[in-house]
Design a protein around this ligand. Structure first.
Ligand code: FAD
Length: 431
């Protein structure tokens, strides 16, 4: 007879492992299934892990987890072709316990986190692909795998299989995502001596910094590039909406090459040696793209549920929070002996009321707005750079005349009204 578990979780990323850890800790018989050779072996992230959500699961995890550097500074670059406006926040409160967030390398971190779930009693099955859900009488009762003795059964199946979940799709929970609902990101891990990193990025000891780069880094397409510090490597990447890449006929690796050779970025990565090249999709459709996430005997968590806040590059924390909320609902369902959609819907309600649902709702129109009106990236960032150059160049002309010139360069009265309207609209979708 095929083996039966209380819960089967497909995917040992942050969402699946958070769910497995919470359930196993409560004594539930849980199987965590991962297609990779080990958890993290196939996973990609820019690299920022948020302390709070992780610490709600494992207090003081950073004392033993393979984190790279606590981030003490967040920098932003508004990039034009040969210039940049930079601003940042650096705070020493982020340099000490309990910290704010950390850079991590997913191959190491996911493996460590999954081990913690195993220590709580979860069974981890690597190199196993879930092919589809087994449905009997309208209820998900297990998963078909690529193993010879392939079918596994459970009271509940949690789909934590990441962006574009094939399993959720085959249940009819969502269609193929549109190119304006997903971003394609490419990144490299670049090896660099830790002392050089610390000097180059003005860091003390283990402290780390992140740089988010807008504007010319994506050639005006909606998206962002990033440069993050690890212990002895840098993560550099660029992610743009798939629709923008298609429309502009740009290949993502060409964009990454462009970023690496940009005069504002090049000095940071000089002398680096490429260690890894990675590409991955990010679900960035936001609140309006959240698919059906609850069915009879099944829940969908993390990227599979499109839970990414692209504006604040938060995904791993939303994935973990959703995994924990799914686990809590399953515990309540187990107690009631009821795994119906109605009972499991508590997960959806809790999720939408939590910071995950609230933040996605806050920015529900933002991505689509900035995609529809590319002038924010294409026109306004270059304009800001030009204005800064004019104002800060000392050339014998008065500051009044400079201001006048900047004002006239903004265009006709009609152009200025349009810009004012754009600013109002940007405020409206971000507020
Ligand atoms: P995943 O991490 O994708 O995990 C899914 C797991 O399921 C994988 O291990 C996969 O191998 C496994 N799997 C898939 N299908 C099957 C199957 N059929 N059978 C068995 N196993 C399967 N978020 C942040 O918080 N900070 C950042 O800085 C950040 N930067 C990012 C940069 C990039 C380039 C990308 C791509 C994403 C970034 N994100 C970031 C988003 C973040 O990585 C995701 O939101 C998060 O990983 C989602 O976790 P998850 O567990 O839902 O999915």
């Amino acid at each position: 007879m095929a083996e039966k578990f209380d819960v089967i979780i497909v995917g040992a990323g942050p969402a699946g492992t958070a769910c497995a850890y919470t359930l196993a800790k409560a004594g539930v018989n849980v199987l965590l299934m991962e297609r990779g050779e080990y958890p993290g072996s196939k996973n990609v992230m820019g690299g920022v892990l948020y302390r709070k959500t992780m610490e709600d699961i494992i207090p003081e995890f950073y004392k033993e987890a393979p984190v790279e550097r606590p981030i003490v500074e967040q920098r932003f670059m508004m990039l034009d072709k040969e210039s940049a406006i930079n601003f940042s926040y650096k705070g020493m409160e982020w340099a000490q316990e309990p910290y704010n967030n950390f850079t991590v390398l997913r191959a190491k971190f996911d493996q460590w986190f999954a081990d913690k779930a195993v220590q709580q009693g979860a069974l981890l099955l690597n190199e196993t692909v879930a092919l589809q859900c087994i449905v009997e009488n309208g209820k998900v009762v297990g998963v078909k795998t690529d193993r010879p003795d392939g079918d596994l059964y459970a009271d509940v199946v949690v789909l934590a299989d990441g962006v574009n979940s094939l399993l959720a799709k085959s249940l009819g929970f969502h269609k193929e995502f549109r190119p304006d609902e997903v971003a394609l990101a490419v990144m490299e891990v670049l090896k660099l001596d830790r002392k050089i990193i610390e000097d180059r990025f003005n860091l003390e000891g283990d402290h780390g910094c992140t740089i988010e780069i807008f504007g010319d880094s994506t050639k005006g397409i909606l998206g962002t590039a990033w440069l993050y510090t690890n212990k002895d490597s840098l993560n550099i990447g660029v992610g743009t909406m798939l629709s923008g890449l298609i429309k502009n006929k740009i290949k993502p690796y060409e964009l990454l090459d462009y970023v690496k050779n940009h005069p504002m970025i090049r000095p940071y990565i000089q002398g680096c040696e490429q260690q890894e090249y990675l590409a991955h999709l990010i679900p960035e459709g936001g609140y309006r793209s959240i698919p059906k996430i609850v069915g009879n005997g099944v829940l969908v968590v993390g990227d599979a549920a499109q839970l990414v806040n692209a504006i604040h590059r938060e995904g791993s924390n939303m994935a973990m929070a959703s995994g924990v909320m799914a686990a809590e609902t399953i515990l309540a369902a187990k107690e009631a002996g009821d795994y119906s959609e109605k009972m499991l819907d508590g997960y959806r309600i809790n999720l939408l009321n939590s910071f995950v649902g609230q933040d996605l709702k806050k920015y529900k129109d933002a991505t689509h707005h900035f995609e529809k009106f590319p002038q924010y990236f294409e026109q306004y960032i270059p304009m800001m750079n030009k204005a800064a150059s004019q104002m800060f160049t000392v050339d014998g002309s008065s500051k009044w005349s400079k201001q006048k010139k900047i004002w006239s360069d903004l265009g006709s009265a009609k152009d200025k009204w349009k810009m004012a309207r754009d600013l109002m609209n940007a405020w409206r979708v971000m507020k």
